[in-house]
Design a binder for this molecule. Structure first.
Ligand SMILES: NC(=O)c1ccc[n+]([C@@H]2O[C@H](COP(=O)([O-])OP(=O)(O)OC[C@H]3O[C@@H](n4cnc5c(N)ncnc54)[C@H](O)[C@@H]3O)[C@@H](O)[C@H]2O)c1
Length: 316
């Protein structure tokens, strides 16, 4: 039987001290020589990706702007909007009420929700109910479902998870308490409200769940790490929910929409903050109109402004 000893193994010429072994040098030379070639190849692959995937997407988005899909009829349907007492929630409530939907406005600020309910009744002649709910608490959300049933508002057809806290600032500058509250309101509320209302929608074979995320949920702005993290979470949750409904066979009658607006002039602090990077926010009315249109078209993802989203997706 042949036996090998260390000395029997074929050896390479030993490098002189400080010199690299010959195969490593060869490997390095090869990599350096191929580097420009590799860079060109990667650029070509990127270009092919843009042409093959991006351009058809861009074309279909532009087509759908000029030839929009029919909007669904929400007359008589019941829409629940969290954070309906102010900003985007209020604007969406007006948009849906103008099309004959009945509204349940949920807000931690009951007086604000009640004020908006009065506006809806007077301006659009629809029924509207206000409830004080902290949507970051599961028990509050569960009780809301009981109250809606008890008060005879009817089954929920559209759930808009809109309530959220905007937080600008660097992660290390934010207090633990504030960060925890933002995560609770911006993320947990979507999970709790969806848990509470999804089964009924599936049973009735009718429903629509809308999650309001943000452009910060598609593109991470450095001055809002915690906020951005919560909005990426909402996008993830909505994408997963959409797939869940598809594989369970419910996606024909229970729809999902993830909404990603650019900055909107809903609050003084938002407007003031944006003066520094010289961003001009959208008006609340414009954002409300575009978001409502996307919901009524049952788009799976709505970006506001619409083309901004297409370009952002192309760049990612
Ligand atoms: N304003 C923007 O620039 C902008 C941009 C993109 C996305 N968004 C998102 O749109 C949504 C609405 O934002 P907005 O600018 O209209 O905010 P807003 O502050 O004007 O309104 C939010 C509403 O939610 C309510 N709310 C807060 N915490 C709550 C809780 N725990 N339970 C129930 N209600 C609660 C508030 O009382 C308020 O009425 C948020 O999710 C926000 O992240 C806003």
């Amino acid at each position: 039987m042949n036996s090998w000893t260390v000395n029997d193994k074929p050896t390479l010429a030993s490098p002189s001290p400080g010199e690299e072994p010959a195969p490593t040098r060869l490997h390095l030379k090869l990599v350096i020589a191929l580097e420009p070639l590799l860079a060109v190849l990667l650029i070509v692959v990127d270009l092919v990706k843009v042409v093959m995937l991006g351009l058809p997407r861009l074309a279909s988005e532009i087509y759908s702007i000029f030839v929009p899909r029919a909007k669904k009829n929400v007359r008589g349907q019941l829409a629940v909007i969290t954070g309906g007492g102010n900003g985007l929630g209020r604007a969406l409530a007006h948009q849906l009420a103008a099309r004959g939907a009945r509204l349940v406005l949920v807000d931690i600020d009951l007086a604000a929700a009640e004020r908006v309910c009065e506006e809806l009744k007077q301006e659009h002649g629809v029924s509207a109910w206000a409830y004080r709910v902290d949507v970051s608490r599961y028990e509050d959300c569960r009780q809301l479902a009981e109250h809606i049933e008890r008060d005879g508002c009817g089954p929920v057809d559209i759930l808009v998870n809109n309530a959220g806290l905007i937080l600008f600032g660097f992660i290390n500058e934010c207090s633990v308490e504030r960060a925890a509250t933002v995560v609770d309101v911006n993320v947990k509320s979507h999970i709790w409200m969806t848990k509470v209302f999804l089964d009924g929608m599936i049973e009735r074979k009718r429903g629509h769940i809308v999650g309001v995320s943000s452009m910060s949920g598609m593109y991470a702005f450095p001055w809002g790490g915690i906020y951005s993290a919560t909005k990426f979470a909402v996008c993830g949750l909505m994408a997963s929910l959409s797939e869940q409904l598809r594989i369970q066979g419910h996606s024909k009658y229970v729809k999902t929409t993830c909404v990603n607006p650019y900055y909107v002039a809903t609050r003084k602090d938002v407007v003031e903050f944006l003066q520094k990077p010289r961003f001009s926010p959208l008006t609340v009315e414009q954002a409300g109109r575009e978001i409502a249109a996307g919901i009524l078209r049952e788009d799976v993802v709505v970006t506001v402004p619409r083309l901004f989203g297409v370009f952002t997706r192309l760049m990612l």
